[in-house]
Design a protein around this ligand. Structure first.
Ligand SMILES: [Zn+2]
Length: 206
């Protein structure tokens, strides 16, 4: 069964701790090299450099920008990484979350849930898609196809626009994640669309 809430990354770190016996080695890939290639990722992975470019972002750190007009529905870049089993994914998500709390410049959690068996850890240099920033009014979204995740254009994107998607964060610790997307719909924090109603209710109560 595929969990469609997959890239709701924060949900990965709030799972109850697992029993310690059979504690998996977080640095050991879940699949053999061959299988991993077969299943999806490849370290030689590269993206279409005529389409997008990485440069400093007005939103946060580095971002990805359109080098030419991109049509709605176009696969812009694949979110790649190491495929690990869920236990390993949980441990890594936890570690990345702790790091991001210590150092706010350290993005966030890069572990996406692919299904109930496997996660993808995008915290690797070759995953250029990790630079994509969140926006309250994004021009792209993620799309899962079996064990692969693509960033796809939600609408026509103009040359020079920064590529963004909704990180889908819930409201836990939202104050730690200010949003500077500067879109008209910006609510000031990185909170997924499905939680924004709830957020507005809380803010209006104050
Ligand atoms: Zn925003």
């Amino acid at each position: 069964m595929v969990n469609l809430s997959a890239p709701d990354r924060r949900s990965r770190v709030r799972l109850p701790p697992r029993p310690v016996f059979n504690f998996p080695n977080p640095f050991k890939p879940a699949l053999s090299k061959n299988k991993m290639k077969q299943k999806s990722q490849n370290k030689k992975y590269s993206y279409d450099k005529s389409l997008i470019i990485v440069r400093n972002s007005k939103i946060h750190g580095k971002g990805i920008y359109a080098k030419k007009n991109i049509k709605k529905g176009k696969k812009i870049i694949e979110y790649v990484g190491e495929i690990v089993n869920s236990e390993v994914g949980n441990i890594r998500a936890e570690e990345q979350y702790k790091l991001s709390k210590k150092n706010k410049q350290n993005g966030a959690v890069y572990v996406f849930e692919l299904n109930n068996k496997y996660d993808i850890d995008g915290c690797v240099k070759y995953n250029t898609a990790r630079f994509i920033n969140h926006s309250c009014e994004p021009n792209s979204r993620y799309k899962q196809e079996r064990l692969r995740i693509w960033i796809v254009a939600l609408r026509n994107i103009k040359k020079g626009e920064e590529i963004t998607y909704d990180y889908g964060y819930d409201m836990e610790d939202y104050k730690d994640h200010p949003c500077r997307c500067s879109s008209k719909k910006c609510i000031g924090y990185i909170i997924g669309k499905k939680y924004r109603k709830e957020f507005k209710k809380i803010v209006n109560k104050r």
